[in-house]
Design a protein around this ligand. Structure first.
Ligand code: T3D
Length: 267
């Protein structure tokens, strides 16, 4: 049974809540294990058609648990995890970011409070990021002598451009949610009291959409930064061929012609 996160399914949405509020939901090996299991279940269960990720308490996620890391550095892996940052990335953070980007279901992130270090980049690996007005993003790595990880050095320049990415990564300043939205780092900022209701409504909406098409859209967007225009046009052709073969496409067209809401089944 998970003790470091909450997992709940309702209305086609798996809600995963990081649940170490006293430590701002910082990542221990145990939390990594439980998150991986929750994502396995979200992938496996065909009735889950969207994932909502958030944090308990006043923080979203403060990145790697530095107390755990200090312990493993002092005592070796037997103390509960990798000793070097590199092996922690290889074992936990890199697979986590890869699977979120490749997950064939949309992932909404509700950033309920501070998102620091790998916690910030975990949020940015999700498909649609909402943040509470009181939340903030900190590329905290440089404050402790590390480099941005969990995809930060990839996603930041792409989202906000090199000048802002450099400022964020080299200074480690706190970026308030409203400014993050203004810069295009996230989708929207929401009043604190409305965050979870809005995030749940968004996830429920996505869970009723043509799931296969949404997965193919993710695939197209994931590929677009590395592709030339010609490669991307070819990819769109191939993905569209698959989307057009789904029951949901037939339903979408029929619903349009019959002037009624579509009832998508996710296939
Ligand atoms: O080796 C590898 O694994 C490489 C991978 C690295 C990935 C990374 O994420 S590296 C970056 C690690 N994260 C940080 O450096 C952020 C550390 N936290 C902070 O700078 C601050 O906590 C915040 C700016 C995020 C929030 O500040 P504030 O003042 O609102 O809260 P606080 O008082 O600092 O924290 C509240 C509690 O959470 C406190 O515990 P206590 O003293 O009440 O028992 C604090 O120690 C704990 N906490 C916060 N962040 C972490 C943490 N405990 C362990 N690890 C943390 N990352």
């Amino acid at each position: 049974m998970a003790t470091n996160l909450l997992f709940e399914r309702a209305d086609g949405v798996a809600t995963i809540t990081l649940n170490r509020p006293d430590k701002l939901n910082a990542f221990t090996v145990e939390l990594h294990r439980e998150l991986a299991a929750a994502l396995d279940e979200s992938e496996r269960d065909a009735t889950i058609r969207a994932v909502l990720l958030t944090g308990a308490g006043r923080g979203f996620c403060a990145g790697q648990d530095l107390a755990e890391r200090a312990q493993t550095m002092a005592n070796g892996p037997a103390a509960g995890g990798p000793v070097s940052g590199g092996s922690a990335l290889e074992t936990w953070y890199n697979p986590l970011i890869r699977r979120l980007r490749r997950l064939e279901k949309p992932v909404v992130c509700a950033v309920n409070g501070v998102a620091a270090g790998a916690g910030a980049n975990l949020a940015l690996a999700c498909d649609i990021v909402l943040a509470a007005r009181s939340a903030s993003f900190i590329q905290a790595f440089c404050r402790i002598g590390l480099v941005p990880d969990a995809g930060g050095s990839y996603v930041l320049p792409r989202l906000v451009g090199l000048a802002r990415a450099s400022g964020l990564a080299l200074l480690g300043n706190t970026l308030p949610a409203a400014q993050a939205a203004e810069w295009g780092l996230i989708w929207r900022v929401v009043d604190d009291a409305a965050l979870m209701a809005e995030a749940k409504a968004l996830a429920r909406h996505l869970a009723q959409q043509p799931t296969r098409a949404l997965a193919l859209i993710k695939q197209a967007l994931n590929a677009s930064f590395a592709n030339t225009l010609d490669q991307q046009l070819d990819l769109e052709r191939d993905l569209q061929k698959e989307a057009a073969s789904t029951a949901d496409f037939r339903e979408g067209v029929a619903a349009f012609l019959e002037k009624r809401p579509a009832r998508f089944v996710g296939r």
